[in-house]
Design a binder for this molecule. Structure first.
Ligand SMILES: Nc1ncnc2c1ncn2[C@@H]1O[C@H](COP(=O)(O)OP(=O)(O)OP(=O)(O)O)[C@@H](O)[C@H]1O
Ligand SMILES: [Mg+2]
Length: 303
C-alpha cells in the first residue's frame, strides 16, 4: 500500500514539476530565447568601433550577460589584434563544414567569446541553397549560448557592411565630432532609412573634447535625422578623448582591463547600462536572434 502511495506521490510531483517548467517556458519572453544582435558600424573609418565593441562586451559581461563578438571586418584583423589573440579557426571553417560554430569560438577576457569572420562572408554567397540552410542551422546554436552578439564591421557604405547593418536587430553607430565623420555617419543613416525607416539606430560620439561637444553632436544628428529622414535616432552615450585608450591599444589590451578606472571605461559602462535598459523597449517580434540575422544577411548578400 505504502509503495503504491509513494509511487502516486512521485507521479504527482513529476507532473507538478513538468507544469512548472511549462509555465516558465511560457513566461520567459521570446527574445530571451535568442540572442540580441547588434551591429557596430560607422560612416568613416578609424572612429573607434573596435574599441567600443570590445570594451562594451566586457562591460556587458561584467553585468552578467553572455557576450559573443563576431569580427566582420574582413579586410583587416581587428578584434584579435586588440585582444592580442590569434584565432585558430574562422567562419570559413564552418562554411566549409570542417568545424561547427562552437569549435571556432575563441576565448577572450571576461568569458567573452569571439568569432573571426575571416573571408567567410564572401564565401557564403557561393553556397547553394541546401548548403546555406545547413550553415544557418549550424550557426544558430549561438542563440543558445549568447545573450548579446556584437558584430564589429568595417567602415563605410559598401554592400557588405550594409548587409550586416540591415540584418541586425539594432545598429550602434559610432562617430567622432570631426565634420567628415559626422557627415559620413549621416550618409549611412540616410541609406539605412531609405531601406528601413524603423531600423533602431543608436549613436555614440567617441573622442569628444568635452561633454558639451558630445551632446551637441548627438543633438544635431537626432534633429537632422528626424527632420529630413523621419528616423528616430537614439543617442546612447559618448566617450571623451582619453590617452588611456591609445596606451591600451599599443599594449593590445582592452582599455577597460588595462585601465579600469580611466574615463573611457566609466563612459563605456554608462553606455552598457543604457543598452541593457533599452532592451525593454524592443518588441519581441523585432528580435530575430542570430539565426534570423544570418538568414537576413544571406538573403541581402544574394541580391
Ligand atoms: N576615446 C578615445 N580616446 C583616444 N583615442 C581613441 C579613442 N577611441 C579610439 N581612439 C584611437 O583611435 C584608434 C582607432 O580605433 P579603432 O580601431 O577602435 O577604430 P575603428 O573604427 O574600429 O577603425 P577601423 O574603421 O579601421 O576598423 C585607436 O587605435 C586609438 O588610437
Ligand atoms: Mg575596427
Amino acid at each position: 500500500m505504502k509503495d503504491q502511495a509513494d509511487k502516486l506521490r512521485q507521479v504527482i510531483d513529476n507532473l507538478k514539476l513538468k507544469q512548472a517548467m511549462d509555465q516558465t517556458a511560457n513566461t520567459v519572453p521570446q527574445f530571451k530565447r535568442s540572442a540580441r544582435v547588434i551591429t557596430v558600424t560607422s560612416g568613416k573609418g578609424g572612429v573607434g568601433k573596435t574599441n567600443v565593441t570590445i570594451n562594451l562586451a566586457i562591460a556587458l559581461s561584467e553585468q552578467g550577460l553572455r557576450v559573443v563578438i563576431l569580427d566582420a571586418d574582413f579586410g583587416l584583423a581587428n578584434i584579435d589584434v586588440l585582444f592580442g589573440i590569434v584565432p585558430q579557426f574562422t567562419l570559413l571553417d564552418v562554411i566549409k563544414n570542417k568545424k561547427n560554430i562552437l569549435e571556432i569560438l575563441s576565448e577572450g577576457p571576461m568569458d567573452i567569446k569571439f568569432i573571426s569572420g575571416g573571408s567567410g562572408v564572401e564565401e557564403l554567397v557561393k553556397l547553394n541553397r541546401g548548403q546555406l540552410l545547413r550553415f544557418v542551422d549550424n550557426i544558430s546554436l549561438l542563440d543558445k549560448i549568447a545573450d548579446i552578439i556584437l558584430v564589429d564591421t568595417g567602415a563605410g557604405l559598401s554592400e557588405n557592411v550594409m548587409s550586416f547593418v540591415m540584418a541586425a536587430d539594432e545598429v550602434l553607430l559610432v562617430t567622432t565630432p570631426e565634420p567628415t565623420s559626422v557627415t559620413d555617419a549621416y550618409a549611412l543613416i540616410k541609406v539605412v532609412s531609405n531601406r528601413d525607416k524603423n531600423k533602431k539606430i543608436k549613436v555614440i560620439v567617441n573622442r569628444a573634447e568635452s561633454v558639451n561637444e558630445a551632446n551637441d553632436i548627438l543633438n544635431k544628428l537626432v534633429l537632422v535625422a528626424d527632420k529630413f529622414l523621419g528616423l528616430a535616432l537614439e543617442p546612447i552615450g559618448y566617450i571623451l578623448q582619453d590617452d588611456a585608450v591609445i596606451k591600451a591599444v599599443k599594449q593590445q589590451k582592452p582599455f577597460s582591463i588595462s585601465f579600469p578606472k580611466c574615463m573611457a571605461t566609466k563612459y563605456i559602462k554608462d553606455i552598457s547600462k543604457r543598452l541593457i535598459e533599452s532592451e525593454k523597449n524592443i518588441q519581441i517580434s523585432q528580435n530575430i536572434g542570430f539565426k534570423g540575422f544570418m538568414n537576413r544577411l544571406v538573403s541581402f548578400m544574394k541580391i
